[in-house]
Design a protein around this ligand. Structure first.
Ligand code: HDE
Length: 702
């Protein structure tokens, strides 16, 4: 080790040159288990606090290779963020197959019951930049990389089963319209502005998707509580070469949950990392998120009989018509070690398919298959991005692709071409014939033309089906979302054009949105099809209709005041644990509250930093003062008020004064989702109520 400088000199601030900072005594030196700090070249660094200079107050020397290398690397730390889906979070896990699907596909993931395949999943919002907030009203990406025995399979889907556009050529337009407006640089992470709705209103094919986007699907409570969809029709191919069409569905084991819009807006301020924190914390706590993979498999006959084109990505196949067959379970069980190395560098590509999985002619999917390879080069900077650990297949890789920037592999062999007549290592790998990826044989005819198939022309019937499949509460939310978003458009003609499209979906929807905007109802926009169909409702499309009665995986916020009953607090803690939920104790100060028995209960949060929007349900336990002291805190009053107005289940133990201070004493009368907590039985009843849906019929409006 190089020697340290010996003579301490006084600096202008009165510090000696050898003073390292306030934490000096905590700052360990290398030795024992503590590794030596080195340069990237491995040279041990003697002093990482001071650069090399000529004279104590003189200029820094170019000779300081450690400084130069450190700053050089820092200057180049950033890579371009994803053009879409920039903000995301991910985790590792495993996919386990329920039963062999060999009759349908030769994909090794589905080869046998119990077969496990490693996965990496990245969830994302679409429009916002890397540093944007998690609860934007937006589609969520749900991208899964299966490291299969025969190469990576990337199922790069969304949490909504349809898309805005039918042809890849419109994707740059769509994305440009939703991103910040280029002449002003805002708004960030929002579709609520003129350019998005200008585009959407001029593209009737996006109407169906905007209904989903205006629904609570676009403000999920957690990545762990949302569905995922492959969106396009893909193909399964079995060992005999027989192919079937397939659509992929992910269903969360915890059930689906969303927040309400007013909550989303506030969560973005209180905890912009709400979704990533939730995923990280649940996995770290051993409460592993799980999704069941399901498939809708069908043949040409079904495709021909279906009233829409199965190649059209703005359409779905209702589950009532073609049930979803569960085929396996995915468990995310490991957080990343390094966010950049894994979540930022993971490269998903729709064209990554192993033998047994193939594409359909969906024009959007076909376009995606070009795009994803391109984007990796501009983001990751080298054609060798497949060697980055998170992207590297877990099966053997052997080919004649050589060299390039950042080549990590010392590929052996003499021949780097084929055919070649060398053998062994020198000859390199050989093609495998039929057992490799063989595209499905398909006869194709037709003139070369730029054309949109007539079978893609109905833009409204399924939008109408989605609308009538929603519960009244969900319909209210959709109307409110359109009114909010269109209300942010400064150009009235854009609002009117969108409402004109909505008239083709449902008159009541259009009228309600127009009323919300104080807009005269415009004429319906011309539809491309003669008849917009009245298809039967599909209950599977409603989130509330299929809500799962459980509090598992969700979070209670318990506000505790001084003098609270220790036994009651304990009973709540136990009940929450038994329900496999989590809880945070909130007190006026983070140091905690002093309970009636004199014990000190440390808090997880101070009330000022823990608004009730961060919790699925809330409870308040005050002391003998009935929570009067808590009620003096504006944040505590807001806590309760917001919880009430977000339809949440509320538990109250000695909290009358607090409730009064919040102005809720009259409002909670007769409200069966506001429960008194005084003994163990009442705590059970409270947790049981938490497992049920919110109190949607609380008379407070949307
Ligand atoms: Fe993507 N999309 N996309 N997309 N997409 C990207 O790839 C693109 C589309 C989706 O967590 C980009 O690596 C085109 C549909 C997800 O890393 C880019 C078209 C669906 C992710 C790209 C689409 C998606 C992306 C940006 C129309 C749902 C994030 C960075 C033809 C089925 C993956 C990147 C992750 C990312 C292009 C349409 C889902 C530019 C051209 C439809 C989940 O390649």
């Amino acid at each position: 080790m190089a020697t340290q400088k010996k003579t301490p000199k006084q600096s202008p601030t009165g510090q000696s040159a050898e003073v390292r900072g306030a934490g000096d005594e905590l700052h360990q030196r290398a030795g024992g288990d503590v590794p030596a700090l080195t340069t990237a070249q491995g040279a041990p660094i003697a002093d990482d606090q001071n650069s090399l200079r000529a004279g104590d107050r003189g200029p820094t020397l170019l000779e300081d290779f450690a400084l130069r290398e450190k700053i050089f690397h820092f200057d180049h730390e950033r890579i371009p963020e994803r053009i879409v889906h920039a903000r995301g979070y991910g985790a590792h896990g495993v996919f386990e197959c329920y039963e062999p699907l060999t009759d349908l596909t030769k994909a090794s993931v589905f080869a046998e019951a119990g077969k496990q395949t490693e996965v990496f999943v990245r969830f994302s919002t679409v429009a916002g930049n890397l540093g944007s907030f998690d609860l934007a009203r937006d589609v969520r990406g749900f991208a899964t990389k299966f490291y299969t025995d025969e190469g990576n399979w990337d199922l790069v889907g969304n949490n909504i089963p349809v898309f805005f556009i039918q042809d890849a050529v419109k994707f740059p337009d769509l994305v440009h319209s939703v991103k910040e407006e280029p002449d002003r640089g805002f708004p960030q992470a929002q579709s609520a502005h003129d350019t998005f709705w200008d585009f959407a209103s001029l593209m009737p094919e996006s109407t169906h998707m905007t209904l989903w986007q205006m629904s609570d699907r676009a403000i999920p409570r957690s990545f762990r509580m949302m569905q995922g969809f492959g969106v396009h029709t893909f193909r399964f191919v079995n060992a005999a070469g027989k192919s079937s069409f397939v659509k992929f569905h992910w269903t969360p084991v915890l059930g689906m949950q969303s927040v309400v819009w007013n909550e989303a807006v506030k969560i973005n301020g209180a905890d912009p990392d709400f979704h990533r924190r939730d995923l990280f914390e649940s996995i770290e706590a051993g409460s592993f998120p799980q999704w069941e993979l399901g498939v809708q498999v069908f043949d040409d006959a079904f495709a021909d009989s279906f009233e829409f084109d199965i190649l059209d990505p703005t359409k779905l196949i209702p589950e009532e018509l073609l049930p979803v067959r569960p085929v396996g379970l995915m468990t995310l069980n490991r957080t990343v070690t390094n966010v950049f190395a894994e979540i930022e560098q993971v490269a998903f590509m729709t064209q990554n398919v192993p033998p047994g999985i193939d594409f359909s002619n969906d024009p959007l999917l076909q376009g995606r298959n070009f795009s994803y390879l391109d984007t990796q080069l501009s983001r990751l900077g080298s054609t060798n991005f497949t060697q980055i650990p998170v992207n590297a297949p877990r099966c053997p890789v052997a080919h004649f692709q050589r060299d390039g920037h950042m080549q990590m592999s010392t590929q052996p062999g003499r021949a780097t071409y084929e055919p070649n007549s060398f053998t062994g290592v020198d000859g390199g790998p050989r093609e495998v014939g039929e057992s490799g990826h063989v595209p499905v044989e398909e006869e194709l005819t037709g003139a070369k033309r730029r054309i949109r198939s007539e079978s893609f022309a109905d833009h409204y019937s399924q939008a109408r089906q989605f609308w009538i499949s929603q519960t009244p509460v969900e319909q209210d939310h959709i109307v409110a979302a359109y009114v909010f978003e269109l209300g942010k458009c400064q150009i009235e003609a854009i609002r009117a054009r969108m409402v004109a499209n909505l008239r083709n979906v449902d008159e009541q929807l259009a009228t309600r949105v127009a009323e919300g905007l104080a807009l005269d109802l415009p004429d319906a926009s011309p539809a491309k099809v003669a008849t917009i169909m009245d298809i039967e409702a599909s209950p599977a499309l409603s989130l509330l209709g299929r809500a799962k009665e459980t509090f598992e995986g969700r979070k209670l916020g318990l506000v505790v005041g001084d003098g609270a009953d220790a036994a009651l607090v304990k009973a709540v803690q136990k009940a929450v644990k038994d329900a496999k939920a989590s809880m945070e104790i909130i007190a006026v100060a983070v140091g905690g509250a002093t309970l009636a028995d004199g014990s000190k209960l440390p808090a997880d949060q101070a009330i000022a930093g823990a608004p009730s929007v961060l919790y699925d349900a809330v409870a308040v336990i005050g002391g003998e003062d009935g929570g009067a002291a808590l009620g003096k805190e504006p944040a505590a009053r807001n806590f309760l008020n917001d919880a009430f107005h977000h339809y949440k289940v509320i538990g109250l133990g000695s909290a009358d004064a607090m409730v009064k201070a919040a102005g809720l004493d009259q409002k909670i009368e007769g409200d069966d989702a506001v429960l008194q907590l005084d003994k163990a039985a009442s705590v059970q009843a409270f947790l049981q109520r938490c497992a049920k849906p919110r109190k949607w019929d609380r008379p407070i409006g949307v």
